[in-house]
Design a protein around this ligand. Structure first.
Ligand code: WT7
Length: 661
């Protein structure tokens, strides 16, 4: 833990007095997939999840064991069963006569569209699986995917799953350096990418970053044998003969039929890197049977999915866990029809999302508070131009949603009646853990409220004792759950240290939370050195390491400061090296250096990590043991009176820093 146990978040904890509550509309409750009895069934969590595993999935070999916790904290769920994720997402729907159902309504940013049925998706995934195998990919090999939101991206993930080759998707907004370190850590020898994708009307390149990442690989890495490239933008790209090949050519040559590789339930399905409290991203490992069970059940229950009539749209990119669980695996395992959209909400105009909702008659929309706040800022006259009457469930994920944004979402997008599910979960949890059930729970603006049936979650104090209603503390998960991470790739000790050491035997999520008078849970943001910018997780330490890697920086401290739109914004405090000290006394030179540093971080990690502000300061506030007190810096960054500074080694430091604001 750090000094930051004050669990304050994006400065939006104005929900202390929030007392509104909205009962599910009676007609909605009457047709809902799940009723209140589910909580009773969930009390026997192992039995509950075993029932769901049988109901939601098709097993090649049925399992007889539910949970093996003997190697805690590494769980084994349904371990003697075998199945295949792509078979569950595709073949069985086609075999059941639903091959003609649309799986994906693809909407490209330039306006090109493509509809893919389940039967067509199965054919394309089979071709891709054959193509990957002919390139030497075997069960167990890792495949890195670095792509925009395209049909081919979903196809690639499922093709990997089909041959039991764990995929590791790297968000297209990450830099070549970030991509390189993930290829190295995963030991991947094949990368699937695109020439680029469309972003605000212009092609944004991806392939050059792949070339740069591979060129910079550590000599201990065996090298990348093949790069498969989807042609999307048609831009000029570099080409390495023998290594690079076009997706279209590879697939054309491949057979349209492919026998899925049935794997054990605990076979790795994917690795997804996420920022932690140290500089090195963690490869979060998810396996097959338990992950699919919880992704599918939560997608069906929390969104009240009716696979034959709903049109579902989750706006997340496949580069994040939300894209894995609620674009690819949950919806497709459930046989849903869904929209995937390549671009940004404001291209070519600020009504693009609502135009898409109207066009496809989207009935379930799942997005992030930062997007809702952005639309609020643009004004409600924009969504008002479109018919949003098809919407019947709205979801939120990624960060605490402030009551004001929640109310706007319900009124302007949901027509004043649509249930909102505020879903709390993490890359590590794999699937939703805490959320209202839309036909059951009377929802409260700003609260994720209740652990789902079969999930044990509570708020504890420093001594791991559950807090009484009305009090705050740390969010913990008290029982193993099917979609829990099975570890950090290649680092079992780090897995234990990170999640299981703060409160021995229970999972510590890293979030502060409180229970209200009804016992409902309100999330208050991270209590560790992790920031949440637009629902994306960023590590303060990782950005600090990047800054000090620059020749001009001697020391750096990074904090997440409250921001109206993005939740938090990255603010960096840097001390420059002696030889630059003179230079930065000139305001123009200082501004130039600040810009250089922002770009440096953008290049090392990715544009999302660029500090919003960089302050050049003479000192940093440190305790006598040398620990930086970020809490005080956050006070400065948020223009608050600086809190208790008595534990500082030199208490005058804060005055020096405050003068820089
Ligand atoms: C962190 C996990 C889960 C997919 C997106 C982010 C925060 C997530 C909520 C919510 C309050 C939330 C937490 C969590 N978070 N959802 N509904 N209310 N906070 O996944 O990148 O793994 O980040 O996001 O702080 O620990 P992630």
């Amino acid at each position: 833990m750090t000094d930051r146990t004050d669990a304050s978040t994006s400065g939006m904890d104005n929900h202390a007095n929030e007392a509104r509550s909205f009962a599910p509309p009676a007609p909605f409750a009457a047709q809902a997939n799940v009723d209140a009895d589910a909580y009773g069934l969930g009390a026997d969590s192992e039995r509950f999840w075993a029932d769901q595993a049988r109901a939601m999935l098709t097993w090649k070999t049925p399992f007889t064991q539910t949970l093996d916790w003997s190697q805690a904290p590494v769980a084994r769920w349904f371990a003697d069963g075998t199945l295949n994720a792509a078979h569950n997402a595709l073949d069985r729907h086609v075999q059941a006569g639903n091959g003609d159902r649309v799986a994906l309504y693809f909407e490209g940013e330039p306006g090109d569209t493509r509809q893919v049925t389940y039967a067509e998706l199965l054919t394309e995934v089979s071709r891709a699986a054959n193509a990957l195998q002919s390139l030497g990919v075997k069960t167990g090999d890792r495949v890195v995917i670095y792509m925009p939101m395209l049909v081919e991206s979903v196809v690639t993930m499922l093709a990997c799953a089909r041959i039991g080759a764990p995929h590791s998707v790297v968000f297209g907004g990450f830099s070549a350096d970030a991509l390189r370190s993930r290829i190295e850590d995963a030991g991947a020898r094949i990368v699937v990418t695109a020439d680029g994708g469309w972003r605000r009307g212009a092609p944004a390149a991806l392939k050059p970053a792949v070339d740069e990442a591979i060129a910079g690989l550590d000599p201990s890495h065996p090298g990348v044998d093949h790069v498969v490239v989807v042609r999307r933008t048609g831009q000029e790209i570099g080409w390495t003969q023998g290594r690079d090949l076009w997706w279209s050519e590879a697939l054309e040559a491949a057979d349209t039929r492919h026998d899925p590789v049935f794997v054990e339930a605990e076979h790795p399905l994917f690795i997804l890197y996420t920022s932690g409290t140290t500089g090195k991203p963690k490869g979060i490992l998810h396996t097959t049977g338990g992950y699919l069970t919880q992704a599918a059940w939560t997608h069906w229950a929390v969104f009240d999915l009716k696979a034959d009539s709903d049109v579902y749209w989750c706006t997340a990119d496949i580069g994040w866990i939300t894209g894995h669980s609620y674009v690819v695996y949950g919806p497709l395992v459930n046989g849903a029809s869904q929209v995937i959209y390549e671009g940004t909400p404001d291209a070519p105009h600020r009504g693009r999302w609502w135009e898409i909702v109207q066009k496809y008659k989207v009935s379930i929309l799942y997005t992030a508070p930062t997007a809702i706040r952005t639309c609020m800022k643009w004004g409600e006259q924009i969504p008002a131009q479109f018919d949003l009457g098809s919407l019947r469930v709205l979801g939120s994920v990624g960060e605490p949603i402030n009551p004001e944004a929640w109310m706007w979402y319900r009124r302007v997008i949901g027509g004043g009646s649509t249930p909102i599910v505020d879903t709390w979960w993490q890359t590590e949890t794999g699937a939703i853990m805490i959320s209202p059930l839309p036909g059951v729970t009377a929802t409260k603006p700003g609260s994720a409220q209740v652990p789902l049936p079969g999930i044990g979650a509570t708020v504890v104090d420093d001594d791991a004792a559950p807090v009484p209603n009305g009090a705050g503390g740390y969010l913990v998960i008290t029982k193993p759950w099917p979609s829990m991470l099975r570890g950090i790739w290649g680092d079992l000790q780090r897995f234990k240290d990170t999640y299981w050491s703060r409160f021995p035997g229970i999972y510590f999520a890293g979030d502060g939370a409180k229970k209200d008078q009804d016992g409902d849970i309100w999330l208050l943001g991270r209590v560790d050195d992790v920031m949440n910018v637009s629902g994306h997780r960023l590590s303060t330490t990782e950005i600090e390491s990047s800054l000090v890697a620059h020749e001009s920086v001697a020391e750096a401290a990074v904090v997440g400061a409250a921001d109206e739109t993005t939740g938090q914004a990255v603010v960096a405090f840097v001390i420059v090296r002696a030889q630059f000290a003179e230079l930065v006394t000139d305001p123009a030179q200082a501004a130039a250096l600040q810009e250089q540093l922002r770009n440096h971080v953008g290049k090392q990690i990715g544009p999302i990590a660029k500090p919003r502000r960089i302050l050049i300061v003479p000192e940093l506030p440190k305790t006598r043991s040398g620990k930086i007190m970020r809490r005080l810096l956050r006070d400065v960054a948020e223009n608050r009176t600086v809190g208790d500074a008595t534990t500082l080694a030199d208490s005058s430091v804060m005055n020096l820093i405050a003068r820089k604001m």
